[in-house]
Write a protein that binds this ligand. Structure first.
Ligand code: SIN
Length: 547
């Protein structure tokens, strides 16, 4: 298969880029399951941008920096915030039906979420992601140059090693698994938009596809990876045995919901007396974790029953309907909630145009670490980051395109299957999946300790070796590809968490040493050069000081 642009992932980042890039050449979007199986489709809250008279860039910048706990790249924050309103307008022009204000139909209705000093979240009630995905897919499908191929699992990136240095100089495509075997896709540019890593944890708000494929593939290819210790746990996922990955949007707290523990006590005043339930996510999730540990309860509760039923069913049709289905009338009783892994703030390190440290390889959306989120992402800044960087990547590539477009595709070897046989004991894979996700939840969760991190490092490193052995010995399957990726991502998270000795943002260590004396920094890692002893271990390659 050959295309000018190979886009891996069909969420907001991939589709936004594809729609723009199709004006330059052919685009193939490969997606692991169906085209709508992505985190975008589940996003509830919306997209944050300065969209009202009483807001300004300065305030959005300040809120983002504060939430990021000193670790945001200020230049990036300023750029993303300032480009935000134009990108929201692009979405409106493409046909996204954001809800209009009831007072003035020219304005968008704006929601509020944790850490925001103003109402600035454009939304389609609590189905914002679904609406954005619908409109972008409709647009992408209307463009001849775009081909969307479902049920394709990207296995690894293809590197041009023609310079004989045996280093990853340039990405030239990817190996992809389909239902018949492994195909070689050659591309002039490869864009990783594979979303996050939620499946590394036992409990997550993410869809099943979120197995960190983009981060793991880029890492194996030799790209720089940053800030993996910053895993955001969303404070309020629905706690119910019949609900899987269901979020209770932060917008519910934005409309006045409060958190109570199992004894019926409202507790946020103890932790964040000023911002209360609308403190940033790192703080709210930790407070909930503490309350659950103190009371011994399995969950806390989110109470919005003081609001009118008609308001709730209109403003939150998805949440209202889902809870109703499970026998919880949210206008009458509190909703049982727990924190769950939600968002990766680190990822493939990119520059101001979404370019990774490998030539012709870009990472957009949750897969990337752009510097916008620092140590803790501000609510609803993720969809914003995705559209801003999709546009910037396109603008950068557009400038390179006259020189690149006529270059021949760089040939790559076909996949070699000589020794592989079918794995007849799927239990080996399933057992590892389960173990890994439990280790990460229990040892590398909301509150960490150096002892638990050490134990996790040992156990996961053994698993990485074992899984690599399976990968080498047997035919690859979708399940094995994902397991291999989550194991590597887990290892990256643990290694990053061990590198950061003090607590900051989402990385909270019980026995942390005092604040970093040299101020604030990012740990940037890359694959160790010598793979003979230990496959896929990372080493610190740079410490970026953030002023
Ligand atoms: C939410 O609706 O609470 C999630 C929004 C986000 O992750 O920014």
């Amino acid at each position: 298969m050959k295309c000018d642009f190979l886009v891996v992932g069909s969420g907001i980042a991939g589709l936004s880029f594809a729609i723009r890039a199709a004006s330059l050449g052919t685009v193939i979007i490969i997606t692991k399951k169906q085209e709508i199986d992505c985190a975008t489709n589940l996003a509830q809250g919306g997209i944050a941008a300065v969209l009202s008279e009483d807001d300004d860039f300065k305030l959005h910048i300040e809120d983002t920096l504060k939430s990021g706990d000193g670790l945001c790249d200020k230049e990036v924050v300023k750029m993303v915030v300032e480009e935000g309103p134009s990108r929201v307008k692009d979405l409106v022009d493409i046909g996204v039906g954001f809800i209009r204000s009831s007072d003035n139909k020219d304005n968008l209705s704006l929601g509020k979420e944790g850490g925001h000093s103003r109402r600035r979240v454009a939304h389609a009630y609590d189905l914002t992601g679904k609406e954005i995905e619908r409109a972008l897919l409709e647009k992408a499908k209307s463009i001849d140059n775009i081909q969307i191929i479902e049920n394709r699992k990207c296995i690894d990136l293809l590197m041009d090693k023609s310079d004989n240095k045996n280093t990853a100089s340039k990405c030239v495509g990817a190996y992809v698994l389909d239902e018949y075997g492994i195909e070689t896709y050659l591309a002039k540019y490869t864009i990783l938009c594979t979303g996050g890593v939620g499946k590394v944890y036992l409990y997550t708000s993410n869809p099943d596809i979120a197995s960190g494929d983009g981060v793991a593939m880029a890492f194996r290819a030799g790209a720089k990876i940053a800030n993996m210790e910053f895993i955001q746990f969303h404070p309020t996922c629905l706690y119910h045995h019949d609900a899987k990955n269901f979020l209770i949007s932060e917008a519910v707290r934005g409309e006045g919901a409060y958190l109570i523990n199992s004894k019926g006590e409202r507790f946020m005043a103890k932790y964040e007396p000023e911002m209360m339930e609308l403190a940033t996510r790192d703080k709210v999730a930790r407070a909930i974790d503490q309350e659950m540990k103190e009371t011994g309860a399995d969950c806390v509760f989110l109470d919005i029953s003081h609001k009118d039923k008609a308001f709730l069913s209109k403003r939150f049709p998805n949440i209202y309907g889902k809870c109703q289905e499970l026998g919880i009338d949210i206008s009458e009783k509190p909703i049982p909630v727990v924190p769950a892994a939600h968002y990766l703030c680190g990822g493939v390190l990119t520059d101001l145009h979404g370019k990774s440290s490998i030539d012709r390889l870009f990472a957009l959306g949750e897969t990337a670490c752009t510097g916008l989120h620092g140590g803790n992402r501000l609510a609803s800044n993720s969809l914003l980051e995705a559209v801003v960087y999709a546009e910037r990547a396109f603008a950068y590539i557009e400038k390179q395109w006259p020189a690149v477009s006529n270059q021949p595709f760089i040939p790559a070897d076909d996949w070699k299957t000589d020794k592989a046989i079918d794995l007849d004991e799927e239990i080996l894979i399933n057992h590892n999946w389960d173990q890994l996700r439990r280790i990460m939840w229990n040892y590398v969760g909301i509150v960490r300790s150096s002892r638990r991190l050490g134990l996790a490092a040992q156990r996961v490193s053994d698993m990485v070796k074992e899984i690599e052995q399976h990968y080498n010995d047997f035919h690859v399957t979708a399940n094995l590809i994902e397991l291999r990726n989550i194991a590597i991502v887990a290892q990256l998270i643990i290694q990053a968490a061990q590198l950061r000795k003090s607590s900051r943002g989402l990385h909270y260590v019980k026995d942390s040493v005092s604040e970093e004396s040299n101020g604030l920094y990012w740990n940037i890692v890359t694959r160790v050069k010598d793979e003979s002893e230990y496959p896929w271990q990372s080493e610190l390659c740079e410490q970026k000081i953030i002023d």
